[in-house]
Design a protein around this ligand. Structure first.
Ligand SMILES: [Zn+2]
Length: 291
C-alpha cells in the first residue's frame, strides 16, 4: 500500500488493476474505510485482519463491489441511483441491459463466473454530500454516464480525486450499458477537468499526477472519435446489427466473444441515441441513416 496522505492509502490491485480488479483506497481515520473493494485476494487477506467500518462504492459494477460480502459488519454507502443494482443481482442485470439485448443468460453466466454477491447498501448519498470520516472529508462528485450513480470523490485538502471509472485508460470511456449515457459522461469528464485535481486515483490506471487536464481531454476525445466513425459508417444506412459488425467500439482487431459482442452492440446503440438527440441521425424501422 502506498501512502497518498497521512491517512489515505492506495491499495494496488493485481494485474495493473485490470478487470475484474480495481485499485482502491483505504482510509485510516476515526473509522476505517474502504473506497471500493475489488482489490484481489492478497489485499483482501491483509485488509480482513482488522475490522472495516465502512465501504464506499463508487458505482454498482462488479469490479468495484466484488469483495463487499467479505466484510459483513461494514456499512456500505453508494449513490442512490446505483444502490438498487448493488442490492439485487436481478436489478444488476436490468441496469446492464443484458435482458434488452437478448443476453440474459450471458448475464447470469457472467455473474456466476466472477462469483458476484449482492450487497446491502445502508446509506445512499447524493452529489455534493460530504463523507466525514473524522479528519478526512471526501466530497461526493456525482459523475454519471458510465453508470447512472457513478461518483468520484474529492479531498479538497490534498487535491486528490478518486475518479473511479473515469479511469483514463487508453480504451477510453466505457458506456456499453442500457443505463449508460454518453451526454452525461461528457459532462462528467468536463466536471473532473474543471475541478483541477492535483492527483487522480483511477480504478484501472492507478495514481496519475502528470498532465491531468491533458489526459482527461484525450480520454474525452475518444468519445468524439468513435462518434465520427459512426457518422462515417452511416453514409450507408444500416441496422444496429450491421453497425455492430463494424466493431467501432472495441476496434476491428478485437476478437469479440458473445459477451463482448453484446457490449459492442450496446456501445453503438448509445452513440445512435446521442446522434438522434443531436438531430444528426434518424431511424426508419430498424435502419439508421444520416439526416
Ligand atoms: Zn465500472
Amino acid at each position: 500500500m502506498i501512502n497518498l496522505t497521512d491517512r489515505i492509502k492506495f491499495i494496488e490491485a493485481p494485474n495493473g488493476g485490470r478487470f475484474p480488479y480495481c485499485h482502491c483506497l483505504l482510509i485510516e481515520d476515526e473509522i476505517r474505510v474502504l473506497i471500493d473493494s475489488s482489490f484481489g485476494k492478497e489485499n483482501l487477506e491483509q485488509l480482513i485482519k482488522k475490522p472495516v467500518d465502512l465501504i464506499v462504492n463508487s458505482h454498482f459494477h462488479e469490479d468495484h463491489i466484488l469483495n463487499n460480502y467479505h466484510f459483513p459488519d461494514a456499512a456500505v454507502w453508494a449513490h442512490s441511483l446505483d444502490a438498487p443494482a448493488i442490492r439485487s443481482l436481478d436489478t444488476f442485470l436490468d441496469y446492464y441491459g443484458f435482458k434488452d439485448f437478448d443476453g440474459e443468460q450471458i448475464g447470469w453466466d457472467f455473474i456466476e463466473s466472477i462469483d458476484l454477491h449482492a450487497s446491502p447498501v445502508h446509506r445512499e448519498f447524493e452529489d455534493g454530500d460530504t463523507l466525514d470520516f473524522g479528519h478526512v472529508n471526501l466530497q461526493v462528485i456525482h459523475t454519471p454516464g458510465h453508470t447512472p450513480g457513478h461518483c468520484a470523490f474529492y479531498e479538497d485538502k490534498s487535491g486528490l480525486l478518486f475518479s473511479a471509472d473515469i479511469d483514463l485508460s487508453g480504451f477510453g470511456p466505457w458506456y456499453s450499458h442500457i443505463c449508460s449515457n454518453l451526454d452525461d459522461f461528457i459532462v462528467s469528464i468536463k466536471k473532473c477537468i474543471e475541478l483541477k485535481p492535483q492527483i487522480i486515483v483511477s480504478c484501472h490506471k492507478g495514481i496519475i499526477q502528470e498532465d491531468i487536464p491533458g489526459r482527461l481531454q484525450k480520454y474525452l476525445d475518444v468519445i468524439f472519435r468513435k462518434e465520427e466513425q459512426i457518422v462515417n459508417a452511416l453514409q450507408s444506412p444500416m441496422t444496429l446489427e450491421e453497425l455492430t459488425a463494424k466493431q467501432i467500439i472495441y476496434g476491428e482487431k478485437t476478437k469479440l466473444d458473445p459477451f463482448l459482442r453484446v457490449f459492442e452492440k450496446m456501445g453503438a446503440y448509445q452513440h445512435l441515441q446521442r446522434l438522434i438527440s443531436l438531430n444528426q441521425v434518424d431511424q426508419s424501422g430498424e435502419v439508421y441513416f444520416l439526416k
